[in-house]
Design a protein around this ligand. Sequence first.
Ligand code: G1P
Length: 294
Amino acid sequence: MRIAVFPVAGLGTRFLPATKTVPKEMLPIVDKPLIQYAVDEAIEAGCDTLVFITNRYKHAVADYFDKAYELEQKLERAGKAEQLALVRNVLPEGVRAVFVTQAEALGLGHAVLCAKPVVGNEPFAVLLPDDLIWSRGDGALKQMADHAQRTGGSAIAVQDVPRAQTGSYGIVATDSFDGQAGRIRQIVEKPKPADAPSNLAVVGRYILNPAIFDLLETTQQGAGGEIQLTDAIAQLLPLEQVDAFRFHGTRFDCGTHLGLIEATVRYALDHELLSDAARKLMQNALDEMGVVEN
Ligand code: G1P
């Protein structure tokens, strides 16, 4: 698997006014924009071609992955080797970025279909940058890639969610589950808790075989009036093995304010240079504001 697709054409209205001019994928988590975490995870999993599905408001994402000659020259002349490495590593050597425009926001399934001309006939990954996954060992996509290589099928990241929240996710039911993975027998987009086949929710990491494209071409509008990736995957189930994969790691929903804050706290506490200071300032803030631990 060499190709990773990043659907980034959403409007990010939940984060207005911040996202009036800055795409939500460019909001920073400590020292990197959100999109960089997903990109690093894809590269770690072996991807060398990154396909961004964008729209006309997302120039900042393309600019970010473009080479910044003047900046690099300035940093080089000033002997700022560390900063230069940071700028260059946004897109390491040997990795290329491709931008595809999704003219109309017709849904996640439609966004993925836009990548078809670039992906061609190979397995590929889809990463939803809003789902930020923190892990100590291998990244979530690397874990899934290793699994998919063993099975030759598709794999979708899942985690347990409270039943009351099934309406926010794709929900799967599996035949058997060995603790880590199980073959999916049913997948439904955003079912009401009473209709949900389980509380195992899809997290935004997929490894898909290219057969999904033909199915997406005929997928009709589903939940929320959108062309859903989940509905095309449901049609793939009788044709191919699609596994639910429970990754090691913690997922933060950076599509919400609290998720963004939670991720910021976690990455600050885990940061090799900032960790101690971050811990102290969080403690100070709690003390000063009279928040008492119980
Ligand atoms: C999308 C998918 C959904 C999945 C979720 C994970 O929904 O359609 O199946 O569970 O991402 O974050 P969205 O959050 O874009 O509405």
